[in-house]
Ligand binder design. Structure first.
Ligand code: SF4
Length: 296
């Protein structure tokens, strides 16, 4: 009896088609409220606009990979954390929806009451946890732009919830230790050591890292972040109401345009206004990184 093997994409097509349906069903409509993920400074306001108004986007194999990594990783980590509520919806000034991956709430006095509150696990602290799954070849630090974009999302959640403690949990899907050697016109060159150890003390790199983020409830930074949120929500909302992308800036990090599904419609090279790369949190020294362990 012969064993027949053929590489084809029939099954992949099923996955793509089903993901396309899921994408359609979850897709935000132009008149719906803005979400935190739409307005983060590291993402693109024009992309948030096109993702609501354009029908041209066809999902790719990479989208499936990103979807599977993101959803499965978040689901497993939420189960493992075994605390709080996942995807609990918070509202900021009736305008903006925030859905942190995990939020814990202090125990209510009347624990016999019914409804969603009674189902939440009670803990002694109010904490928001944001999970991130990345293919980054390098360990992210507070100096890297991707880390800062993750941090900004968590800080927005802390502002909106009025909590002071958050946890950023970063899972590295690519757990080889790759050391950057050089770049040329063909791309980047990396070296992958056999022992797969990190630079720090020669210990094996952790595949999951967690960072505790504290922003005091009376910190003046909260008002600055609130103003940033208001300004970005207002820009995107106005564009959606007017059904015109004209007033929206192109993304600050131009390399993101190369892989953007709306590249043709957007035509970023024709857009004069560019989102700002500067970050007031860095400029006014609002971030302090310490190494001590934080207990809750
Ligand atoms: S092409 Fe660039 S500027 Fe235009 S929507 Fe995409 S990421 Fe934004």
């Amino acid at each position: 009896m012969t064993i027949i093997i053929s590489k084809d994409d029939k099954f992949l097509k099923i996955l793509q088609s089903n993901l396309q349906e899921l994408y359609k069903s979850r897709r935000r409509k132009p008149g719906e409220k803005v979400h935190v993920s739409d307005i983060l400074p590291g993402s693109c306001l024009r992309k948030a606009f096109f993702s609501r108004v354009s029908d041209t986007y066809k999902l790719t194999g990479e989208d499936i990979d990103n979807f599977v990594r993101g959803e499965s990783s978040e689901y497993a980590l939420v189960q493992l954390a075994n605390m709080g509520v996942s995807q609990y919806e918070l509202l900021f000034e009736e305008e903006l929806i925030a859905r942190p991956d995990l939020i814990t709430m202090k125990q209510k006095e009347d624990s016999s009451s019914s409804g969603p509150d009674s189902e939440r696990t009670s803990v002694s602290s109010e904490i928001i946890v944001e999970f991130k799954d990345t293919k980054s070849l390098e360990r992210l630090t507070p100096n890297s732009s991707r880390f800062r974009s993750y941090l900004r999302q968590l800080l927005y959640y802390l502002v909106i919830s009025n909590y002071d403690t958050g946890i950023l949990c970063i899972r590295y899907s690519n757990n080889r230790n790759l050391i950057w050697i050089k770049s040329d016109s063909a791309g980047d060159y990396y070296f992958s050591p056999k022992n797969n150890l990190g630079e720090k003390n020669g210990e094996r790199l952790s595949d999951i890292e967690t960072w505790t983020v504290i922003m005091e409830k009376n910190s003046p930074t909260r008002n600055l972040l609130k103003n940033e949120i208001r300004s970005r929500v207002s820009l995107l909302k106005s564009a959606l109401i007017e059904n015109s992308v004209y007033s929206l800036p192109r993304v600050a990090e131009e390399w993101k345009c190369k892989r953007c599904p709306f590249l043709v419609e957007c035509n970023p090279s024709s857009v004069k206004k560019k989102d700002s790369k500067s970050d007031f949190l860095l400029e006014n020294g609002s971030i302090t990184v310490i190494s001590q362990e934080q207990s809750f």
